[in-house]
Write a protein that binds this ligand. Structure first.
Ligand SMILES: NC(=O)c1ccc[n+]([C@@H]2O[C@H](COP(=O)([O-])OP(=O)(O)OC[C@H]3O[C@@H](n4cnc5c(N)ncnc54)[C@H](OP(=O)(O)O)[C@@H]3O)[C@@H](O)[C@H]2O)c1
Length: 228
């Protein structure tokens, strides 16, 4: 069981939630989660730290992330949760600010074909630099939010499977979310049991390593050409 801390109800009615990495607020949110869940979560994530980090000068961003990380490390040590992680929609500001000697146990990042090249590249950099073990690499948003976007029909996902397998668009997209980047778990909704069953069956699909490697190569070329 995992949960995230970082967004807090705003003061005014109708206002969006506020983001904060302030230690006291994070601690209070972790304690509230334990109360509401009736148990300690296995993992507590700092939720989208980039929301706060991207508006700060580099040194302040490093300090802010460092202090927030120490807060959750202390929560783990105090028994409020089993481990800590970072869940990030855009890991680039996190990669710029994080200390390599204070790595989270888990990184929860977007995964799948809908993830843009610079985001995948930042994920790879974080895995490498923080030495995140394979079991600590988790994915989210495998369909970029929707399975009905016409782009899914246009992509020709079947080319990513080894020959002779039948699968739905959602199944192939879900299976590929374990490869781009390579993760061991992918978060999906549980609103419809049939959808969930279909996705679970999709995890058995055999993916063409060559096709995935070729796709990654094309994406790296794209990153190289945009940063050149
Ligand atoms: N996206 C994030 O940033 C994120 C991060 C961490 C945790 N989570 C959690 O993960 C859960 C899902 O979040 P999500 O927004 O990423 O949604 P999702 O489960 O990836 O689903 C996105 C859309 O795809 C549809 N879908 C799923 N399986 C399908 C299938 N087999 N066939 C056809 N359509 C299918 C869903 O419909 P149905 O809903 O009708 O199945 C939904 O409309 C939520 O509980 C969320 O809190 C999300």
């Amino acid at each position: 069981m995992s949960t995230k801390v970082g967004y807090f109800p705003s003061d005014g009615a109708g206002q969006p939630p506020q983001h904060s990495l302030e230690p006291a607020r994070l601690r209070q949110a972790i304690e509230q989660s334990v109360d509401e869940l009736g148990r300690c979560p296995d993992v507590v994530f700092l939720h989208n730290p980039e929301h706060t980090l991207r508006d700060l000068p580099a040194e302040q961003a490093r300090d802010r992330l460092d202090t927030a990380s120490v807060t959750v490390v202390e929560a783990v040590a105090a028994g409020w949760c089993g481990a800590w992680g970072i869940a990030s929609w855009d890991p680039r500001p996190v990669a710029a600010a994080i200390r390599s000697d204070l790595p989270p146990s888990v990184l929860l990042l977007r995964s799948g074909l809908a993830v843009a090249a610079p985001i995948l590249s930042a994920a790879d950099e974080l895995y490498r630099r923080l030495d995140i073990p394979h079991e600590g690499r988790w994915g989210m948003s495998p369909f970029g939010g929707s399975t009905t976007d016409p782009a899914w029909q246009a992509i020709g996902q079947a080319g990513f499977l080894t020959d002779g397998q039948q699968a739905t668009t959602a199944q192939v997209a879900f299976r590929l979310a374990y490869e781009l980047p390579a993760v061991t778990r992918v978060a999906v909704g549980t609103t419809h049991r049939k959808h969930l069953e279909e996705l679970v069956a999709g995890t058995e699909l055999d993916v063409s390593e060559a096709a995935v490697a070729r796709y990654r190569q094309l994406l790296s070329q794209q990153v190289a050409s945009t940063t050149a």
